[in-house]
Every structure is written in C-alpha cells, then in structure tokens.
Design a protein around this ligand. Sequence first.
Ligand code: Z5A
Length: 208
Amino acid sequence: MTPGKFITLEGGEGVGKTTNLDFIVSRLRDRGLEVVATREPGGTVFGEAVREIFLHHAEVRPEAELLLLFAARVHHLREVVEPALQRGAWVVCDRFTDASYAYQGAGRGIDRSVIDFLRDWIQAGLRPDLTLLLDAPVDTGLTRARQRSGPDRLEREDIAFFARVREGYLALAQAEPGRIRVIDAARPLAVVQAAIASQLDLLLSGRV
Ligand code: Z5A
C-alpha cells in the first residue's frame, strides 16, 4: 500500500493514450493533487535511451524486447514511480506491464510464466490501482496513428500481430475486471473522456 495512486493507460496503437493522459492529468491537478505524468518504455534518462533502441533499432529479438522493457522498468520504478507514490503523488503512466503481456506475450508468443517471473521480481507487489484499457478496432487505431507520424519498428508489424495484441489486452481485462476498465475508444473523443472521467471519479471517491 502506498499513499498515492497509480493509474496506467493501455491499448493498441493510436487509440488515444497520449491524448487522454493529458486529460487525466489536468482533471486530477484540478482537484489539487500532485500528479506525475510518465511513460514506458521511458520516464528516466536510462529508460529513454532504451526506448530509442526498442523503437528504432533495425532488429530486436522478442526475448531482447522483453528484457529491455524490464530493464527500463526497474529504473522507472525505483527513480520515478515508487518515490512519487511514497510521497503521496498520483502517477499516471502511458503503458506499463500489461503492455508486456499484450505485446511480448500475446503478440510475440513469449510464455506468460516468464513475464510473471520478471514482474514479480522487479515489481514485488506493486500493481496499478486503476488501468484504463482504451480499446478500438485495430484498423481504427492504426489509421489514427499513421496520420500522426511515420511508423516506428513495432508499427510496421502486420495486422495479425496487432489483432493478437488486442485480444491479449481484452483477456487481461477479463481476468482482472476490478483493476482494468475497458473504455470503447472508437467513439468520439468527448464520449471517451466522459467515460474516463467516470472511472476517475470512482477512484477519487474510493470506490475502485
Ligand atoms: N511496448 C511494448 O511492446 N511492451 C511494453 O511493455 C511497453 C511498450 C511498455 C511505444 O508505445 C511502443 O512500446 C508500443 C508498444 C511498445 N508500440 N508501438 N508502436 P507508445 O505508447 O509510445 O506508442 P503507441 O502505442 O504507438 O501510441 P501512439 O501511437 O502514441 O498512440 P496513442 O497515444 O494511443 O494515441 P494518440 O497519440 O493520443 O492519438 C492518435 C491520434 O488519434 C491523434 O491524432 C489524436 O488526436 C487522435 N484521437 C485520439 N482519440 C480520438 C478519438 N476518440 N476520436 C478521434 N481521434 C482521436
């Protein structure tokens, strides 16, 4: 148990995580809370260096992907997330360990027990208090993402990969419905943000 709350945003490409992270941060700051906005991979000098390799190195083997992500994660947790939570700040993070299960587990086919081991080793009992899974059909998200910028290494994967990732995320939500709330992100932004606001209100009122 930590004094602050830990919220993560998850989902496939272009579903609106970055857009809605800004919305969440403003809403919490309006309540007078200290909020740390961060992302994975990244959030520290080490993690941002890993992100550059992860997204742009020509070839990264699946096992190396997973190890890079957890290497970045341990720096992020020790240097940013845990200190913020301990001092009572709220942390809002664009992607976290659920992404490892969805992309490296469901997407790449790495056995779940390997990810469980790394999670338990690096995080001990730390889990997000609330995870908002922004869900949209794969082609909706990819179209949005591609309008925004050129594709990185992962965005060049085929549609079947992203379909497995989406299914992986939905399976995680089904297994942990209390923590992971699925938001239909194919709807107009105002509707998506109203749904997110309801979930935040539940957390703020202690009902999550
Ligand atoms: N990864 C992994 O494999 N394993 C892990 O453990 C972790 C990560 C932690 C980097 O993630 C990569 O790391 C990611 C998974 C992998 N794979 N890739 N590629 P990232 O989060 O930095 O990158 P991303 O997933 O590609 O996110 P994104 O492309 O930045 O998309 P987004 O943040 O979800 O969407 P957005 O930028 O907020 O919105 C995209 C556009 O859609 C933008 O123009 C918005 O204005 C628009 N938008 C947003 N919402 C709406 C609605 N509701 N209607 C219409 N238009 C909208």
